[in-house]
Design a protein around this ligand. Structure first.
Ligand code: M6R
Length: 596
């Protein structure tokens, strides 16, 4: 989703390089356009923006040369209005003396644009970020000061967003938060504000976390917070951030995705350490166990972890749980849930709008909201009565990898605890993940050429490997742009089998308990000329029946899914590269989906 960054310095200077670096650190969110504005002491605004990646736009428009005392950069992921130069942000007001940019989604954008035009304002784009600027302009033109104008604009702008805005002739920037992330930083000789902490860290580790309904006023030497409700000041302690910035770098790997795949053993180990010591596990387990109905709610990869979590809970704790996609939770169970029900909401970002909408419904119905979340300080974390952090650090690559593993590990841990089982065997998991990565990497490479040109394939699993088949298929389609459908293996013969012809590839993710069943599925494919690629533990039956076998170390049925996802992540990564794509930033996608 979009990202914003604004800076106020104590003197006019070349702000371009600072803005570009901030933009690079926002880029993990996924975006299609980039824009910068600087406000100069002579009362002019330099605005440069275009469609493209940060480095391309920076080179094309010479962003590094931009000078000013105040500056804004925005990375846009198109929601309202096509990706285009005019829709790129920041935006000017009618007279060109206000400039601002937003992150998020103004849902009454269409109505507002009509109002602004009817009021005689100059509306240049269809982008909702421009509406934030005109919403402030409307009240500035009526004689209100900036804080008062922002307070009034806030009432007019529906949706979840954060925006940053500046006015010529002043020495400040202003920002406001309503449902989207916003952090302010206090550096030497400058202050800044951003949707994302990593873009602030190169400048300072002294930060203020902005809350919903707060206006930020950035002066070069201080940051003031005001309540949007009544304009009153908010007192908040400055925090010192201790986490390292290196985690946001590629660490020697060509892509974040590969780095993050290889981080899985380490982050799983860190999570297990945390869970063993965490005071939050027991209350989570107690509430999940006592629930009338238990729902596991997420989207995309996080939903696949919910599917696996439900199997772990049933097998290890005899606890039925309903895994469900967040929007469908609202549609299907929203009216029926109540105070005795519990939802575990799972999200890497903690900001996925579909998930937050489901949280809102659950809260309205009196349900207890628990969270599994990676981004600390995220909305989901704040809304959860109890939560477990996934401790994966930043996951920059758009395809989720390490967060899936830790979501699944967290569910396995909770299920073992709920069932009264020992968790000591989990201590071997990091080592097994490490061993698996080393073992499967060459096997996956060997398969790459056979699949490189395939635009259509299936990925099948059964029982504990069914969620892995779905997850593998999602990874493959997300970054190779091929059609890959994940499915329960037994469903294949109920229709999709008709697609199989000579050489048609079908991946089978085979749990050690399910070899006979999967061998039947493999034969249904191979007798029709299809190419069956099995992923499973060494087994003569798989060797005899499948064309290829990616061998996983022996781990038993519970750990097997956690290992089986690794070759699928690597396969997707390699096929993405062989097709000439950037696996970290697949087209049309965004890391954090803060829109409906
Ligand atoms: O941040 P979340 O876990 O809530 O994100 C949910 C999905 O958007 C996400 O898992 C998406 O499917 C991934 N890009 C898949 O790799």
């Amino acid at each position: 989703m979009c990202g914003i960054f604004g800076i106020v310095a104590d003197r006019e200077q070349q702000l371009g390089p600072i803005l570009i670096e901030a933009g690079q650190r926002l880029s993990y969110r996924g975006y299609d356009s980039v824009g910068c504005a600087t406000l100069r002491d002579d009362g002019t605004i330099d605005l440069r923006k275009d469609v493209g990646k940060v480095d391309e736009v920076a080179a094309r428009l010479r962003l590094s040369e931009m000078v000013g005392r105040r500056g804004i950069i925005q990375l846009r992921w198109a929601t309202f209005g096509a990706p285009s130069r005019v829709n790129a942000q920041p935006h000017l007001d009618s007279d060109g003396d206000l400039v601002g940019a937003h992150n998020g989604n103004v849902v009454n954008n269409v109505e507002l644009r009509q109002q602004f035009m009817a009021e005689g304002m100059t509306v240049r784009s269809t982008n909702d970020g421009e509406s934030c600027v005109h919403a402030v302009e409307r009240y500035v033109d009526r004689g209100y000061d900036m804080v008062e104008a922002i307070r009034r604009a806030y009432r007019d702008l529906e949706g979840d967003y954060a925006f940053v805005i500046g006015r010529v002739g002043e020495d400040r920037l202003y920002a406001i938060k309503k449902g989207s992330g916003l952090v302010a930083g206090l550096a030497d000789g400058a202050t800044c504000v951003s949707s994302d902490l990593p873009s602030i860290l190169p400048l300072t580790r002294r930060i203020l976390r902005v809350q919903d309904g707060e206006i930020v006023i950035l002066w070069a030497d201080r940051v003031e917070l005001r309540r949007v409700e009544d304009g009153s000041p908010v007192e908040r302690e400055v925090e010192e951030v201790t986490e390292s910035m290196e985690v946001a770098e590629k660490g020697g790997y060509p892509h974040f995705m590969l780095k993050e795949i290889h981080e899985q053993p380490q982050v799983a180990g860190e999570l297990l350490h945390l869970l063993e010591a965490s005071p939050h596990v027991t209350p989570m387990v107690e509430r999940m166990a006592a629930a009338r109905h238990l729902y596991l709610v997420g989207c995309g990869t996080s939903y696949h972890a919910c599917l696996l979590g439900a199997i772990y809970l049933a097998r290890l704790a005899g606890r039925p749980a309903v895994p469900i996609l967040a929007p469908q939770f609202i549609a299907q169970y929203g009216p029926a849930v109540g105070p005795r029900d519990v939802g575990v909401f799972v999200s890497q970002s903690g900001e996925t709008k579909d998930v937050l909408n489901a949280v809102e419904v659950a809260q309205r119905q009196g349900m207890e909201v628990l969270g599994l979340v990676n981004v600390l300080g995220s909305t989901l974390m704040n809304e959860s009565e109890h939560y477990l952090p996934l401790v994966c650090g930043y996951e920059i690559s758009v395809p989720a990898t390490k967060t899936f593993t830790n979501q699944a590990v967290a569910f396995l841990f909770l299920a073992l605890r709920m069932g009264g089982h020992s968790t000591t065997d989990l201590a071997h998991l990091p080592e097994m993940l490490e061993e698996t990565l080393a073992a499967v990497e060459p096997q996956v490479s060997a398969l790459e050429s056979a699949l490189a040109d395939r635009d259509d394939l299936y990925c099948l699993g059964y029982g504990l490997t069914y969620p892995i088949a779905l997850e593998g298929a999602l990874k493959l389609k997300e970054i190779t742009y091929a059609h890959c459908e994940g499915m329960l293996s037994t469903e294949f013969k109920h229709g999709p089998l008709s697609a199989v012809e000579e050489g048609y590839p079908v991946l089978f993710v085979v749990g050690p308990e399910d070899v006979p069943l999967l061998v039947s599925g493999i034969n249904e494919t191979t007798t029709r000329g299809g190419r069956a690629i099995a992923i499973g533990e060494e087994d003569s039956r798989l060797r005899a029946n499948a064309h290829d076998l990616i061998v996983l170390p022996p781990a038993g049925p519970l750990f097997n899914p956690l290992l089986a996802v690794l070759p699928l992540q690597l396969l997707a990564y390699r096929l993405s590269l062989s097709r000439g794509y950037d696996p970290d930033f697949p087209r049309n996608l965004s890391k954090t989906l803060t829109v409906d």
